[in-house]
Design a protein around this ligand. Structure first.
Ligand SMILES: [Zn+2]
Length: 80
């Protein structure tokens, strides 16, 4: 069971991704490729997703680049 907290960073496995995005209500937008990496602004797909950060109902995506993750503050940690 996945819970969505007000502020939390998710690092998700591909199998869990659809469930998490669906729970957040953003699966359709994600599939359309509307989300970009917060740091490098690269389009986020399920193949380069590094993490999802949720704060105050705002959802931020990070790509899987180590520099983006570390620049964000190394907050990526396994939640599921
Ligand atoms: Zn990036």
């Amino acid at each position: 069971m996945t819970t969505i907290d007000t502020e939390k960073t998710y690092a998700v496995h591909e199998d869990d991704l659809d469930i998490l995005l669906k729970n957040m209500g953003i699966l359709d937008d994600f599939e359309k490729g509307v989300y970009k990496c917060l740091i490098c602004e690269k389009q986020i797909t399920r193949y380069n997703l590094g993490g999802i950060h949720v704060k105050d109902d705002k959802i931020v995506f990070l790509c899987d680049s180590l520099s983006c993750v570390s620049e964000f503050g190394g907050l990526i940690r396994c939640k599921i």
